[in-house]
Design a protein. Sequence first.
Length: 530
Amino acid sequence: MYLCGGGILMKLNNIYNFKNPIKHFLDIDRLAYPSDIETFDVDSLCWTEPVKFRLRKDEDKYRTLKMPNILSFVRAYHYYKGMPNFTDIQSIDYKHKRLSANIDTGDFKSGEYDSQLNEDFERLCIYDHLLRLDIKEYYGRIYTHNLKLAENGYKDNVLSGLNLGQTNGLLMGNYLSLYFAESMLHDICKLIEKYINDENINCDFMYFSDDFYFFCNKYDTERLVKCFDKSLEKYEFERNESKKDIFTYEDYNKYNILTRYWKRVVGHCNIEALKDYEKENKHKCIIKHKLAFLNQLIYRMSNLADDKLKRIFINNFFKTKYFRELDLNKFQTKFYDYHQLCFLLKFSPEALLYSADKFAVMNDFDNNKVLTFFATRYSEILKEPFNEEQLYYYYALKQFCFEDIIKDNKNAVLKTDNQVLISYYLKDGYFDEDDISRLKEKTSEQFWFQNYHLILFTPELKNDLENNITKYLIPTNAKKPVKINLFMNFYKDNLNENKELINDIESVKEKIVEYLELRAEETLLDYEEE
């Protein structure tokens, strides 16, 4: 961890991967960096190629997270951390921004969603409509020359160099890109505000990332769309025409019922627990609780509008302090609990991160009854392009000690381009000599993440370290000796110290628990402030 401008301790890992749960599997804070990482000449760097990691977006669609070269990224972080409001993007635009970032959790601040929702309903009592619009492919269309870096005394090539020198588009998934994207949104907002005032339109508006919320009266809806389009055109963006939503108070109330549903699920479970307590006192015996929340989750999610909301509903329930503090050894499992749980996990595999560790140690839970589910689903998800869900299943398989399933699917894992998962198979020794030989053939820079671990966990490669760093890890665009030596020394130091880029699975569990505890504390603090 490093002190950034203003003396605030920043977790590099949360900067490197912000918001996405993949951050629990990585730890770049443990790496050894050059002693002058904060100050060395950025011209010593070169263009580097990021690692692609695909995330589910919709049912059969994905978006691509790109993880930049670590040394180049950390130098870029230190280079840009003096930018205005770098550690507090909420300060960039308090008036229009909906959510703020929390570097401690590597996520957006918990509790603000509920607060914003209450304010939304207040506005919908004043105005007729909520008009929701967004920018088409926003991150992919941001032109780095338009970020006004030169005005603040910075170069944009340090940023574009993280993506092979591409000046059109920011890498998705890291805090640096989020900061610059939010900075540009502030400029767009100022222009939107100007056009709204010129048109004398009475409305309130705000944004979350590239989603804009306009609270307006019905006769102004189309005028606002024109103001939005006109503002985007100025910055060479365009509106996503497939995403134009108009809500009334009643419509929005139906769409946003997640918080009430979580409370109802918890309330129902508490009532069931109270009944069991009364039975215990009456019959003078111990009665185990039912896993009533599983049935309640399925019942409530059936009333939600779309799959995205359903996944948020499931994931956030298993993230709650209520669930995490449940002593599942005081519960019993019925035959139907297994298929209900499997259905929820199949629908939203991210929930595996927040629940597998608890069910795996539950005394009354029969692991054999979910064995076939995990064997089938892991095999199937390895055929899909969704890298993060493959990783979630691997984590759960480790929690349940389903080693045979992991081993049986090593060939399927090799066929994926999931470099994080392949690195775990290398670390845990699941690949044989033939498998290693196949991996050795992938020498291009795009495989640097798995190749780092290939060298680390293959003695014959590590014994000839400099040659294999040159073969597998030195960026293609590092042509001059000063550039080659910079990357050579970085990789050599860390490989000699056996520093992995991935956490062992027990550490992943600890990271997730720490994240959930911080999230719960943050939510509690919000309630106390209210």
